[in-house]
Write a protein that binds this ligand. Sequence first.
Ligand code: PBG
Length: 334
Amino acid sequence: MINSNAQFPQKRMRRLRRNDFSRRLVQENQLHACDFIYPVFVLDGSQREEKVASMPGIVRQSGDLLMAQAERCLHLGIPAIAIFPVIETHLKSVLALEAYNPDGLVPRIVRQLKKNFPELGIVTDIALDPYTSHGQDGLIDETGYVLNDETIEVLCKQALTHAESGADVVAPSDMMDGRVSAIRNTLDQNQHIHTSILAYSAKYASSFYGPFRDAVGSAASLGGGNKYTYQMDPANTNEALWEVGLDLAEGADMVMIKPGMPYLDIIRRVKDQFKAPTFVYQVSGEYAMFKAAANNGWLNEEACVLESLLSFKRAGADGILTYYALEAAGWLKK
Ligand code: PBG
């Protein structure tokens, strides 16, 4: 006679994996369309659409064409879109004056979106890189160093301009110190108490932003420059917690970690420590990698992308900025 205890596993983990019903019952995380924010690139003019070479499937488009995409977001249950402008070269300057022009591209697009789709959340980017002739996120001194406090004054004007045009959420992605409290004060003093702040708190000096910089045309302005004096060192994790703590104390409503998949450990630590609404940005370089592999037939795009998006939820993210938002929401609907 065999001794069953010695022969067989005491506990069979596979029992609950055997059937679809029990797999679904014990599933710990789910992905939904309402987890997504869709980042879009906007151009001036009308009936304009340009492909982004390094981001197949993504276009830069004028406001009129964007309306159709906004409608698709609503239809698919995507709660919000994030706007990134392509600013014409003649409007870029050393002082980034166009960043707070009330009739600039972003305010006009926001007004148009709010008029047509008041229920769609609008997130605008607060940083100067689309507007500076040198492509840095802030104002620079004669050595090229990005000035912190001088930049914040411009960011506050930019945030106020966006709030006045109807943006629901302003998202400072510039990594200046103290910008969240300065923006909060500016908004409050101007009665925009309901405008939320989504702070890019742990934004790393990543090489995965390349395709984005092509898309908005800041790569050319930046030349050989980099953002190491303000964005975070990819080697650091404790520093991310410190940054998030500061931004929350300064009044951020939501925080963000960026990029996504190489920084899952940061999402988990931030969520565990602060329990605040935590977002992650699956950035342009991540999108480009999936598209390249998929277009070569090397990966099953739908399965791999959904797995990567789910990994953000598992790591603790409440929401995901992803260029795959429309496609992924479509896949989830099937
Ligand atoms: C700029 C900004 C960047 C991204 C979002 N806002 C690029 C950068 O910091 O150089 C990158 C997003 C992406 O790569 O998808 N403030």
